[in-house]
Design a protein around this ligand. Sequence first.
Ligand SMILES: Nc1ncnc2c1ncn2[C@@H]1O[C@H](COP(=O)(O)OP(=O)(O)OP(=O)(O)O)[C@@H](O)[C@H]1O
Ligand SMILES: [Mg+2]
Length: 380
Amino acid sequence: MTELQHPKDVFNDESRQFALLVNSVTDYAIYMLDTDGVIRTWNPGGQRIKGYTAEDVIGTNFSRFYLPDDAAAGVPERNLRTAATEGRCIEDGWRVRQDGSRFLASVVIDPIWVDGVLVGYAKVTRDITERHDAQERLQQVQHSLLQAQKMEAIGKLTLGLAHDFNNLLTIIVNCLDLISVRVKDGPAAKLIETALRAAERGALLSRQLLTFGRGQKLSPERLDLTASLRQSQEILERSVGEAVKLVFDLHEDLPCVFVDKAQLEAAVLNLVCNSRDAMPNGGTITISTGAREARDPASANGALEQHVCLTVEDDGEGIPIAHQARVFEPFFTTKPVGRGSGLGLSQVFGFTTQSGGFPQLSSAPGEGTRIVLCFPIHEP
Ligand SMILES: Nc1ncnc2c1ncn2[C@@H]1O[C@H](COP(=O)(O)OP(=O)(O)OP(=O)(O)O)[C@@H](O)[C@H]1O
Ligand SMILES: [Mg+2]
């Protein structure tokens, strides 16, 4: 190579131009391999993407960038063969950086022929992990949005039914009350009492449905979650029984929320009873409160916002993945007839969303269940 008189003279020297080009690229790893896959050149893009310097890699085989399983399965050699026989090998696949972390690489391998003889390969690699992660995040958001829309639709349907059902029950209860005034004793009185009890049970069901459909009129008040839970502590302890340990991990000085106290108590009781039912041989339920950032899944581009959270966690049987999208739906139950009506979590869902919040579920079969109710902070 001749000495340059002026930096711009580089444009008269083809090999310098090429070296300058390759060494200026930092978004792509551009390097050459010999016919055995041994690395012969390296560029700053390779160092940026994979973490290795030229000294680290030149003279070593490029199979070091593949996942150990892929390397053992002969993927690197196969890719070189494909490039040589088909004229090019294009692949998106996972690779390993120098620090052991993985990245998704978009790889192109071209064979280099000189006078009809294969002398090596040109390899261009791009890190597309970010694009892949962004797509996954987008899919997750779309999935939660779809789930939220489905719940909204079921809610509307339920609301209509529950209203009609409630009106009919009101008439039935009033009529039964009037009849019972006239029929004081005898077998008829017993029948009327049974009918009244059934109608009251029906009214309770329709109230739960109304809550799910967000048609229940709430009486929200400014509340400290920790203080409210302390007040329900005794009743919750009584409802779990002997075999289950109930642990409270309550944080003081949390910001207040604006929720209906009776509905909050019912929701916690529903969650605790579910956890108890999931641990027939005993276990631990932890109820905790805290503040943290969370994103509302019902908003398409919702930002992370500070919420006050109530968590009920158990180490019970967990919820199968296939059921997880359905547990908040009304009447979804896996319990035998008479043991569960499938309305507990729909009350939890309806109450939480009507209060401006949302529930989060995480569970794995055999590893327990955690349900977090996130409520917006109520500024005084
Ligand atoms: N903590 C939990 N562990 C395992 N499964 C759970 C848990 N919580 C809920 N589930 C599953 O979700 C289903 C629905 O729960 P939900 O509380 O809505 O109804 P239910 O408990 O079956 O009946 P109900 O609460 O009306 O008496 C349950 O039947 C159960 O399969
Ligand atoms: Mg339940």
